[in-house]
Ligand binder design. Structure first.
Ligand code: ADP
Length: 292
């Protein structure tokens, strides 16, 4: 039997979509699980996941969790300034570490710093199980999952088992990144996960002296790709020193500069994600045509 035939054979469970036969990691009390994904590494997926999660919590006043499933390069502990390891509850579950109004769990908090992490497929799924079912998430409106980059077997299995309500795809305007973003869209479509939208990161750099924008990685590529594929374009985020330093210092730009243009842009992305989730919830069978 063709591999993709198996993964596309599914049934609808609640608000997510599970492959028939695969063990679901649906979490009691969590309304929506959304993935932040990219076909390519280094495009700003984790930065987007962090600023989106904090905007959903602080600006939109939702109860939000952030699960760092990027097992190949967990960066959430640094970006969210998470110290120490999660405590364990009486019922032997991990208690998420909370900062900036978001409950976080990351593989990075569970392994020694600088330790090389060599993951095999089954280990990735075991770790994911621990980070979902083995955590006291409590009642959450949205759990944001920072996915590992790429479209391999691990990403496919994760997308299926998490019963995602949808996925946000991150890309830079560069052709090579957009090509991989298209692969990401295709992968989610194959496992029937709705795309919440495409976000363009590092869209331009505004000169601090003359305010002239430079389109370092090309101009408007992600918007064009979104239009071609029939996806929602949710926003463009510039290349800005404050975004990078915020990530390195563990204080996301939406926390350090809540009234800046870039924080407003992240806030708009959060609003669009909420509307899209509401749209999908209103019509479980609503699936816009996506051109692959
Ligand atoms: P990914 O998760 O896709 O691998 P990251 O979010 O870790 O990417 O970002 C890679 C690097 O680029 C990090 O050092 C991050 O701080 C930086 N970065 C991401 N987006 C921006 C941006 N819009 N402006 C400036 N630096 C950025």
């Amino acid at each position: 039997m063709n591999r993709f035939f198996r993964v596309t054979t599914r049934k609808i469970v609640g608000r997510g979509y599970a492959a028939v036969g695969s063990k679901s990691l649906r979490i009691e009390g969590v309304k929506d699980i959304i993935a932040v994904a990219s076909g390519k590494g280094g495009v700003g997926k984790s930065t987007t996941a962090v600023n989106l999660a904090v905007s959903l919590a602080n600006k939109c006043q939702l109860s939000v969790g952030l699960l760092d499933a990027d097992v190949y390069g967990p960066s959430i502990p640094t970006m969210m300034k998470l110290h120490g390891k999660p405590e364990v509850s009486k019922v032997n579950k991990m208690i998420p570490i909370e900062n900036h109004g978001v409950k976080c769990i990351s593989m990075g908090s569970l392994v020694e710093k600088d330790a090389p992490i060599v993951w095999r497929g089954p280990m990735v799924m075991k770790a994911l199980e621990q980070m979902t079912r083995g955590v006291e998430w409590g009642q959450l409106d949205i759990l944001v999952v920072d996915m590992p980059p790429g479209t391999g077997d691990a990403q496919i299995s994760m997308s299926q088992r998490l019963q995602l309500s949808g996925a946000l795809i991150v890309s830079t305007p560069q052709d090579v990144a957009l090509m991989d973003a298209r692969r990401g869209v295709k992968m989610f479509s194959k496992v029937s996960v709705p795309i919440l939208g495409l976000i363009e990161n590092m869209s331009y750099f505004k000169c601090p002296h003359c305010s002239e924008p430079s389109y370092i990685f090309g101009k408007g590529g992600a918007r064009k790709t979104a239009d071609e594929m029939g996806l929602g374009f949710v926003g463009e985020i510039p290349l800005e020193e404050g975004i990078r330093s915020g990530s390195d210092e563990g204080v996301p730009v939406v926390v350090s500069h809540p009234n800046s243009a870039v924080s407003k842009a992240y806030g708009d992305v959060a609003d669009k994600i909420i509307s899209r989730l509401q749209e999908l919830a209103a019509d479980q069978h609503f699936r816009p045509e996506i051109t692959l």
